[in-house]
Design a protein around this ligand. Structure first.
Ligand SMILES: C[S@@+](CC[C@H](N)C(=O)[O-])C[C@H]1O[C@@H](n2cnc3c(N)ncnc32)[C@H](O)[C@@H]1O
Length: 300
């Protein structure tokens, strides 16, 4: 797989580049302490396949991708999703992340579980080390809002996509994250004990392992670099970069996804989009930290 445009050092089977940007370094320092999302101690190929298949979006994405494709995961962290995409397919997966410690965990897992079709790249997205127009699918969830310039990062990501390729971006929503922002203040004053009681994900035991609980608390409440975005802002990013809007979660037009999720859907209008973002405050999207996902297709 010839996916790099710059020469890398190979360390621990990871294509490694120097990280020099100040903001990216502050983010990698943060994740070095507690790599995210991290594994359960008993995780293996079967358990990863099971948890991937239990994730609606990951499962339908994998089905939609099919076979013999190039897939890039930007900000893959400890690599579970990249590995899930690789299991049982002949697709070629690249997971890119600037946090070496996360990738070491990912690389060790692929080695122990004899997964051959994933490669990991230790690089900052802004250093532009990947080949243009190489990937059929790009998955970038929960990453751009932790960078110094989310729009520039999006622009770069799109460069790596082939014509007719698909990109999925997941970002914190400006309105939908309001509840988390309030909890952030509470965390600052009352600390971890209180957050264990009031964070909806932790209260409902959706995360069980201690390492994963700590990683979640850090990620939600004490991240050093974080921004929030609106639906209309991302629609504008799409427009400026010749990306056709395909679909979103939650839906911009009250669609309930009965049809093929990757078939073009309507964008709704300004009011439907505002309504959906306001509802995020009160529903499970708000529980999850106000993350929303947009999918687009490259036109040129
Ligand atoms: C919240 S974690 C998300 C991990 C994974 N995508 C997930 O959904 O579980 C954010 C990830 O973005 C990565 N990241 C931050 N800045 C980055 C950059 N400039 N280039 C590429 N990845 C970056 C971090 O190292 C971290 O692994």
């Amino acid at each position: 797989m010839d996916f790099l445009k710059k020469q890398a050092k190979v360390e621990d089977e990871i294509f490694t580049f120097q990280i020099s940007d100040k903001t990216t370094k502050s983010v990698t320092d943060f994740y070095r302490e507690k790599p995210f999302p991290h594994y359960n101690k008993k995780d293996n190929k079967a358990s990863l396949l099971h948890s991937g298949d239990s994730n609606f979006l990951a499962k339908i994405f994998k089905q939609f991708v099919g076979f013999n494709k190039n897939i890039l995961e930007i900000g893959c962290g400890t690599g579970q999703l990249s590995i899930y995409f690789a299991i049982g397919s002949n697709n070629r997966i690249v997971g890119l992340d600037p946090t070496k410690e996360s990738l070491k965990i990912a690389s060790r897992f692929t080695k122990e579980n004899k997964i051959k079709n994933v490669r990991f790249v230790n690089a900052d997205l802004f250093d532009n080390v990947l080949k243009d127009s190489f990937f059929d699918f790009i998955w970038c969830n929960g990453v751009l809002h932790h960078t110094k310039d989310p729009y520039e990062a999006f622009k770069l990501s799109v460069k790596y996509l082939k014509k007719d390729g698909y990109i999925l971006v997941g970002l914190y929503n400006k309105i939908g994250r309001i509840r988390t922002n309030i909890r952030k203040l509470i965390f600052k004053i009352f600390g971890k004990k209180m957050i264990l009681k009031i964070d909806p994900i932790l209260r409902k035991n959706k995360i069980k392992a201690d390492d994963q609980i700590d990683a979640w608390i850090r990620d939600q409440y004490i991240h050093p670099v974080e921004s929030t975005h609106t639906f209309d802002e991302v629609l504008n990013w799409f427009k400026r970069n010749d990306i056709d809007f395909i679909n979103s979660i939650p839906s911009t037009n009250f669609d309930d996804y009965k049809k093929n999720f990757f078939q073009k859907s309507g964008k709704g209008n300004f009011f439907s989009r505002i309504f959906t973002q306001l509802s995020m405050i009160f529903n499970s999207y708000g529980d999850d930290g106000g993350l929303f996902v947009f999918i687009g297709k490259k036109n040129v």
